[in-house]
Design a protein around this ligand. Structure first.
Ligand code: ATP
Length: 139
């Protein structure tokens, strides 16, 4: 079975109430920023490149120590793919988002709303861990 590996991030805009960035994928699902790791790239390099390409956000900071992996299997053109996605945690103060052709929308949402909006359970689990980690490690 073909194997794909992506890297992505839970992106938090630091407000009085933190807001989480979700993207509306063309397939219909809501998820975090992410994308395929290119040859020679580290996971964190992928995350920053995808963030810039997918949202235009070019100033973000990693909260060190957070790294969560999820796996899933999906079908594309009758082929089954096994995919692994590694998520990091980023904070930013940039609000403006310019989405690319890869997505149909985006939203900055408070935690509870982001939980409701995320399509997949494994992504919700990442969000919950990211929120807890953020609350213990924010500056
Ligand atoms: P990338 O941003 O990594 O380039 P993509 O848009 O090519 O991603 P995915 O977001 O991985 O691809 O979506 C591919 C398929 O997998 C879609 O059918 C989507 O519904 C499904 N999918 C996406 N995320 C999950 C998940 N967390 N659990 C199960 N299925 C998922």
């Amino acid at each position: 079975m073909p194997f794909e590996k992506s890297a992505g991030a839970v992106v938090i805009r630091e407000n009085e109430e933190p807001k989480y960035l979700l993207l509306h994928y063309k397939g219909g699902h809501w998820d975090f920023v992410k994308g395929n790791i290119e040859e020679g790239e580290s996971e964190k390099e992928t995350v920053l490149r995808e963030l810039e390409e997918e949202t235009g956000i070019d100033e973000a900071k990693f909260i060190e120590g957070f790294r969560e992996t999820i796996n899933y299997v999906y079908r594309r053109n009758k082929q089954v793919f096994y995919k692994e996605v590694v998520f990091y945690l980023l904070t930013t103060r940039q609000k403006k988002v310019r989405i690319s052709f890869e997505h149909q929308g985006y939203d900055w949402l408070p935690y509870e709303d982001a939980m409701k909006r995320l399509t997949f359970k494994n992504a919700r689990q990442v969000l919950e861990k990211a929120k807890n980690f953020y609350e213990h490690h924010k500056g």
